[in-house]
Design a protein around this ligand. Structure first.
Ligand SMILES: [Zn+2]
Length: 446
C-alpha cells in the first residue's frame, strides 16, 4: 500500500457538499483514494510540500474528439460554416488509422493533464473500414499517460446516399455498430468504484444516425448498464432539419427515441427553448457545455444560467477545439458574463460545473470533489508566480476570474502524480510532440 501526503496546503477548494474551503490543511492519499483531509500531522511514503499551493478536484472533460486535434488549424477550412466545414473535414477523417488515433490521443491527453483535467470522455465516431480497433489505441494512450478515460463509441449509419453529410465509406451498418459497441463494453467497461476506463454509446447526431440506430443504441446501453451521449440542439441547421423532417424540435424528438433520462447527456444543447429546458429538467437529461467550440463555430450561447437554475445537470467539454480545460473554464466564465451579466454563474459555480457537474454526467459519484473516500484526482496551482499576484483572496473563483492557462504545478490521477512541477512524468513530452507531429503530417498527406 502506497501513501502520499500533500502537506500544509495553502488552500484546498474541496467542491464537497458543504463547499468546504480548507486553509493550511493536509490531504492524505492511500493508494488511489483520499483517506483524510484536515490538520492532523501524518507520515507517508511520499510527501509534497503544498505551502504555496491551492488544491482543486481534477477537472472532467465530458465531450472531446481527440482525433480532431490533428485538423484543428487548417487554413483552408478555418472560416467555413458548420456544414461545409464538416463536409471538408470528412474528406480528411476518412484517412484516420491506428497511428493517427493513438498519437492524437496521447498528445491531447498530455495537454489535458497539464491543464488540470484528470478524466476525459472522448466521443470517437469515425471508423474507416479495415483500420482495426481504434478505441484500443485510445485506451493504450490513456494507460501510458495515466488519464482516467471514458470512450464514447460513436456511430453513423446515414451517408451521402441517404442525403446525409458523411461519405459512404465512413458509415457502418446498424448491426455492425451494435455488435462492436457490445464487444467494446465487454472488453473495456469497468463499472467498479474508482474505475479508470468506461464505455458509453454515442451515435454522432440526428444528421448522421437513423432513428433505428438511436433507438437500438438506447436499448443496448440500458441492457448493458452504460450511458448514452450524442450531439444535440447544437445549431440552427440541426433544429431546422429535425423540425422539417420529423415535425418536432430536437429535444422533443430525442425523447420519442428513448434519448432522455439521467443516463443521457447531449453535447452543446444551445438551441433549446423553455419547454425543451423543462423536458431536460424533468427527465434529468444533461448537457456538456463546450464554450470555445461554440464560439469558434459561431453556434450561439448555451443557456447555462437557466439550466443551473432549473437543476439540469451541466458539465464542461472541449469538443475537439482545444485540450486545455482551464481555458474552457475561463472562457465559459467570460462568455456568460458577456451574455447574461449579473445573472451569470459566478466563478465557483463554474468550477463546480467542471468538477461535480461533469462527474454527474459521467455517472461518477467517486469523482469531482476532494473528500474522504473520493478518488485521489486533483491538481495544484502555485500562488507563488507573477501571473497570480493579488489573486489569492478568492481561491474558489480564481480559475475563472483571474484565469490560469497552465501548465498547473501538479496533477494527480488515481493517486499518481502525472504532472510534477509543471512537467509530465508518464512520458517524454518533447519526443511525443515530435512523434505526434510526424503522425499528423503522414495522416494529412494521405
Ligand atoms: Zn462534438
Amino acid at each position: 500500500m502506497a501513501t502520499l501526503l500533500i502537506r500544509n496546503a495553502r488552500y484546498i477548494v474541496s467542491c464537497d457538499d458543504k463547499d468546504t474551503l480548507w486553509e493550511h490543511a493536509n490531504l492524505f492519499i492511500r493508494d488511489n483514494v483520499i483517506e483524510y483531509i484536515g490538520e492532523r500531522r501524518m507520515q507517508a511514503d511520499q510527501c509534497i510540500d503544498a505551502s504555496d499551493l491551492i488544491l482543486y478536484p481534477g477537472l472532467i472533460n465530458t465531450h472531446h474528439h481527440l482525433f480532431r486535434i490533428f485538423s484543428r488549424n487548417l487554413p483552408e477550412v478555418q472560416s467555413m460554416g458548420l456544414l461545409p466545414w464538416l463536409r471538408a473535414l470528412y474528406g480528411m477523417w476518412r484517412h484516420l488509422d491506428g497511428e493517427s488515433v493513438y498519437w492524437s490521443s496521447l498528445a491531447g491527453m498530455g495537454e489535458l493533464l497539464k491543464s488540470g483535467c484528470t478524466t476525459c470522455l472522448d466521443h470517437h465516431y469515425v471508423f474507416p473500414a479495415g483500420v482495426g480497433d481504434l478505441l484500443a489505441n485510445q485506451f493504450r494512450a490513456a494507460a501510458l499517460a495515466g488519464m482516467r478515460f471514458h470512450a464514447a463509441r460513436g456511430s453513423m449509419d446515414l451517408s451521402e446516399k441517404d442525403g446525409a453529410l458523411p461519405p459512404d465509406s465512413l458509415v457502418q451498418s446498424m448491426d455492425e455498430i451494435l455488435a462492436d459497441s457490445e464487444r467494446l463494453v465487454k472488453v473495456w467497461h469497468d463499472e467498479s468504484r474508482f474505475s479508470m476506463r468506461q464505455v458509453a454509446l454515442a451515435p454522432c447526431s440526428l444528421f448522421s444516425a437513423s432513428a433505428d440506430l438511436m433507438r437500438e443504441s438506447a436499448a443496448l446501453a440500458r441492457r448493458l448498464g452504460v450511458r448514452l451521449h450524442t450531439h444535440a440542439a447544437g445549431t440552427r441547421d440541426e433544429e431546422r432539419y429535425v423540425l422539417e423532417r420529423f415535425g418536432m424540435r430536437p429535444a422533443a424528438y430525442l425523447a420519442t427515441l428513448g434519448w432522455t433520462g439521467t443516463d443521457v447527456w447531449y453535447a452543446h444543447g444551445i438551441r433549446l427553448n423553455d419547454s425543451d429546458l423543462h423536458l431536460l429538467a424533468e427527465t434529468g437529461t444533461g448537457v456538456a457545455h463546450c464554450p470555445v467550440s461554440n464560439m469558434q463555430r459561431a453556434s450561439g450561447v448555451c443557456r447555462v444560467p437557466e439550466m443551473l437554475r432549473l437543476g439540469i445537470p451541466v458539465g464542461l467539454g472541449s469538443d475537439g477545439a482545444s485540450s486545455n480545460l482551464l481555458e474552457e473554464l475561463r472562457t465559459a466564465y467570460l462568455l456568460h458574463r458577456l451574455a447574461a451579466g449579473t445573472g451569470a454563474p459566478d466563478g465557483y459555480q463554474l468550477l463546480k460545473l467542471a468538477t461535480r457537474g461533469s462527474a454527474q454526467l459521467l455517472g461518477r459519484d467517486d469523482l469531482g470533489a476532494l473528500a474522504p473516500n473520493m478518488a485521489a484526482d486533483l491538481f495544484a496551482v502555485s500562488l507563488d508566480k507573477l501571473a497570480l499576484v493579488g489573486a489569492q483572496f478568492d481561491p474558489k473563483a480564481l480559475l475563472c476570474t483571474v484565469g490560469c492557462g497552465g501548465p498547473v504545478d501538479y496533477t494527480i490521477v488515481n493517486g499518481v502524480a502525472v504532472v510534477q512541477k509543471g512537467e509530465l512524468t508518464t512520458f517524454d513530452e518533447a519526443r511525443a510532440a515530435a512523434r505526434a507531429n510526424l503522425a499528423a503530417r503522414r495522416y494529412l498527406r494521405r
